[in-house]
Design a protein around this ligand. Structure first.
Ligand SMILES: Nc1ncnc2c1ncn2[C@@H]1O[C@H](COP(=O)(O)OP(=O)(O)OP(=O)(O)O)[C@@H](O)[C@H]1O
Ligand SMILES: [Mg+2]
Length: 477
């Protein structure tokens, strides 16, 4: 509020100041005063009719008002008149993704990142990919058909794809780390420093303690460990049902130790660097080593699942070997590089991964229990217009919810309030009642995972790897 008053005062002195108008518009947006925001951006456009920032924000407002098609049209126009305004491309990506056009969304994403790599948005990219958007061909400036090898991979048949050279030919990418022209497609997210730490992670006390004991403490007391002939190093594998905070806690671990965070989806390596994945993997490790102290996070480690018959090919095998060699604490110089992996299906991993010096510590990330859910609810409400919320009561209603499910509940409730706000032009806070209503509309997603996990824990529990799952299920070993 103070902000808005100050900005208004500044404007009364200099009413045509476009940067201040834009700031004021953004401040209105932040507190959902959409009508005021619109008016302010319009004022900016009166002074500077082609200002791309104001135009992008107006498109965003239209979208919030349910006028997506108009927003998309305006963005199309904006992208052709100001093709170097990255935020417009990014917003366009989001909106067309909402319309279900994943390939076009991907093109827009690539464009945005090409112009401004700082805009890279891992979550958005994941959504584009989940929607079926393949890599697009922006580097070659064409919108031609999708290369076959990639399409094959999307269908989950990458390793069955023939290796007669097609893969090599399709892969014209190169020099990702050397500032090559394909940099825009570098889908790695290297955060210089992350501001997420354990305080942004609700509950998960056991996991946090595990991470302290297995990671942070050994790192801080390296000499002590070495005195006992133990080397701090190797990797830690987090596993558990989807949406329960594996990625979040990994990022927070980097925050705890003030390290840089590099997140890599293994499918990206397979997908993008067909025929060159080993080399790229090596470069990624080198990048992390150069940036030590760093946390190198591999998501979807099961993409390397050699245990699955269909993946037992030479291409898969060499990549796995490369990965193991890079990971090996004996041979590789990973000082100051903490390797974390995450998977929903650890049982698909080759047991070679789990040997000492590799992913030799497994941490089970369970669904949040009741107090943890209340914590997560509080974290999610933080900074949002929420009133009369009873976290403990709500937590009881969302049994078996993952953190991601709780987020979905909030998203729904917020959308409902926003719709109300749009009608009245004023903030309509989210209420306990609305949250409880949204909770009913979200289906808890963790139970399903335990159905298959239980079988592996019971019948493929070599070395007691999955004892934690059995404990969680209350099954006696
Ligand atoms: N303990 C938590 N505290 C706060 N937020 C959480 C917590 N767990 C999950 N979330 C929320 O749920 C979202 C999904 O969590 P995250 O991506 O870390 O799950 P994941 O275990 O990595 O899932 P997947 O297996 O699908 O990759 C997070 O972005 C965050 O908003
Ligand atoms: Mg994850």
């Amino acid at each position: 509020m103070a902000d808005i008053t100050a900005l208004q005062q500044a404007l009364s002195v200099s009413p045509d100041n476009v940067p201040i108008l834009l700031m004021l518009g953004d401040a209105y947006m932040e507190q959902f005063s959409l009508a005021e925001a619109r008016e302010t951006y319009d004022r900016a456009l009166q002074v500077e009719p082609s200002n791309p920032l104001a135009k992008t924000q107006i498109a965003q407002l239209l979208e919030l008002d349910g006028r997506s098609s108009e927003a998309i049209l305006r963005l199309e126009q904006l992208c052709s008149e100001s093709p170097n305004h990255a935020p417009a491309w990014l917003l366009r990506c989001k909106l067309i993704l909402g319309e279900g056009n994943a390939d076009a969304a991907r093109e827009c994403y690539n464009k945005a990142i090409e112009i401004d790599p700082n805009l890279s948005d891992h979550e958005l990219l994941k959504r584009v990919r989940d929607a079926g958007g393949v890599r697009g061909d922006s580097a070659k400036g064409s919108t031609g058909p999708i290369p076959q090898a990639n399409a094959d991979f999307q269908a989950g048949a990458f390793f069955d794809a023939d290796y007669d050279g097609d893969g090599e030919d399709d892969d014209e990418s190169g020099g990702f780390f050397g500032g090559g022209e394909d940099d825009s497609e570098l889908e790695l997210e290297f955060e210089q420093k992350t501001d997420v730490n354990f305080t942004r992670v609700g509950g998960m006390e056991g996991v946090k303690e595990d991470i302290r004991m297995k990671i942070l403490y050994p790192m801080e007391n390296k000499d002590l460990f070495e005195a006992y002939g133990k080397k701090a190093g190797g990797g830690v594998l987090l596993y558990g049902p989807p949406g329960c905070g594996k990625t979040l806690i990994s990022r927070a671990t980097a925050g705890e130790i003030n390290a840089k965070f590099l997140s890599v989806g293994l499918h990206q390596i397979l997908d993008m660097w067909i025929g060159k994945s080993e080399q790229k993997l090596h470069e990624i490790f080198e990048l992390a080593r150069r940036n030590a102290p760093s946390v190198l996070f591999f998501d979807e480690v099961d993409a390397l699942a050699a245990d699955r018959k269909d993946m037992r090919t030479s291409a898969g095998r060499t990549l796995i070997n490369q990965f193991l060699a890079e990971l090996d604490s004996e041979s590789a110089k990973n000082d100051g590089v903490l390797v974390l992996g995450a998977t929903n299906a650890p049982w698909h991993l080759d047991s070679a991964f789990l040997r000492p010096g590799r992913f030799d510590r497994l941490i089970f990330v369970p669904p949040p229990d009741e107090p943890a859910r209340a914590e997560i609810i509080k974290i999610m409400a933080d900074g949002k217009p929420v009133t009369g919320m009873d976290p403990a009561g709500l937590s009881k209603r969302v049994k078996d919810f993952s953190g991601a499910d709780i987020k979905a509940m909030f998203d729904q409730a917020i959308e409902a309030s926003l719709a109300e706000a749009m009608k009245s032009g004023k903030i309509v806070p989210v209420t306990q009642k609305q949250l409880a209503k949204s909770a009913k509309q979200v289906k808890p997603s963790t139970r399903k995972w335990f159905e298959s996990a239980k079988n592996y824990a019971l019948y493929a529990n070599q070395s007691g790897f999955y004892d934690d799952v059995l404990d969680y299920l209350g099954i006696k070993k």
